[in-house]
Design a protein around this ligand. Structure first.
Ligand code: M6R
Length: 355
């Protein structure tokens, strides 16, 4: 069942190229994005509200950068347990998107019900067919990640992100924006993940061995690498039980820098794009000046790195699909080294059907 892997989590990370390929290729027909959603609705969208919990929330947060850059439409991304008790302000041509791997998360479901009660058209992005959230929404986009057994969500994240990108690209096409290059690059991601997986996995495992004794971890990134850092920190907390926090790199000096010492390493995610790369490296330098160790994830090496994970070069918006893999693997290998029950971490359930 685990296909020769020690844990479902590692198997599921290794399947990300295939899950992503299934999700992407099912919706692209000769350079046209095909989604089963009313085209007039999509063409006229003025604002998008995305609601989810946990990893699904971070997929939403990561996609915001792409949506807003491509479409110049405001996107707000909300935590479902907060949104469901709020008084959201919607107007004409607003849409609501719920993201949920299981399709059963109580707070996400109730947020969807709230949006429906306010008369807003709803789209859900779910992995489990015929789940409650899928049934309740006006439109459903299924991620084709296949069953995710490990409590820690991995392949669902990349598929949710792909589905959000496909939706952004579809809206762009309806508005007459040329997205040919983006479609080409999206198509190119699964083969990159496939060919790089073994190498990245063994590099990350070596580095994880050096850090498994650590009690506190900081994750830093700018732009879409910031929510990726939040997701990396969530993975580490969930399965290794190590305290980890993600911050936008520029926030460091507004407080978190007080945490830095030689026993608190920082995982820095810094795609090569300027000005993000230089600014993030300069934040990492502030960590270094306080004896903090740096793990750098980038396609561009810097001397400040104590440990360097070289990521394959892709353009900025697509770096999320690539850089999430070492973040997931890092949490996996640390948890495995610590002898934890990786697939069934303490206190957690795969589907959270109570609020
Ligand atoms: O099934 P959902 O996507 O709605 O679940 C949301 C969260 O409960 C889930 O992502 C949780 O954070 C995972 N354990 C993360 O690995």
């Amino acid at each position: 069942q685990k296909g020769g892997f020690k844990h479902f989590m590692l198997k599921e990370i290794s399947e990300e190229d295939e899950a992503l390929a299934n999700t992407i290729y099912a919706h692209i027909q000769s350079d046209k994005i095909e989604l089963d959603i009313d085209e007039d609705l999509l063409r006229n969208i003025k604002k998008i509200t995305i609601v989810a919990c946990g990893t699904s929330y971070y997929a939403g947060l990561t996609s915001k950068y792409f949506f807003e850059d491509l479409l110049s439409i405001p996107v707000s991304v909300e935590i479902a347990s907060e949104f469901r008790y709020s008084k959201p302000i919607f107007s004409d041509n607003n849409i609501f998107i719920a993201i949920s791997q299981s399709g059963e998360t109580a707070d996400t479901k109730e947020s969807l019900n709230l949006a429906k009660a306010l008369g807003i058209k709803t789209i859900s992005i779910v992995n489990v067919q015929e789940s409650t959230i899928a049934r309740l929404s006006d439109y459903v986009l299924y991620t084709l990640a296949g069953p995710e057994i490990s409590v820690a969500s991995t392949k669902a994240f990349v598929c949710q992100l792909a589905m959000l990108y496909l939706l952004a690209l579809k809206i762009a096409q309806l508005k007459g924006i040329d997205v040919e290059d983006y479609i080409k690059e999206l198509n190119s991601i699964p083969p990159i993940l496939k060919s790089e997986f073994n190498h990245i996995n063994s590099e990350v495992e070596k580095i994880a061995k050096k850090y498994s004794h650590v009690k506190n971890f900081i994750y830093l990134g700018r732009g879409l690498s910031y929510p990726l850092g939040l997701e990396g920190a969530l993975k580490l907390k969930e399965i290794s039980y190590i305290h980890a926090e993600g911050y936008p790199a520029g926030e460091l000096k507004h407080g978190p820098i007080a945490l830095i010492d030689k026993s608190t390493p920082t995982f820095v995610i810094a795609p090569g794009i300027e000005p993000f790369y230089s600014k993030t490296i300069s934040n990492a330098n502030e960590v270094k000046a306080r004896d903090g160790k740096i793990i750098l994830l980038s396609e561009k090496y810097s001397y400040i790195a104590d440990d360097f994970i070289e990521s394959p070069k892709v353009s900025y918006f697509f770096s999320a699909f690539i850089n999430i893999v070492p973040l997931q693997l890092f949490a996996y290998h640390i948890a495995n080294i610590l002898g934890n029950d990786v697939d069934q971490p303490r206190n957690l359930a795969k589907s959270v059907t109570v609020e």
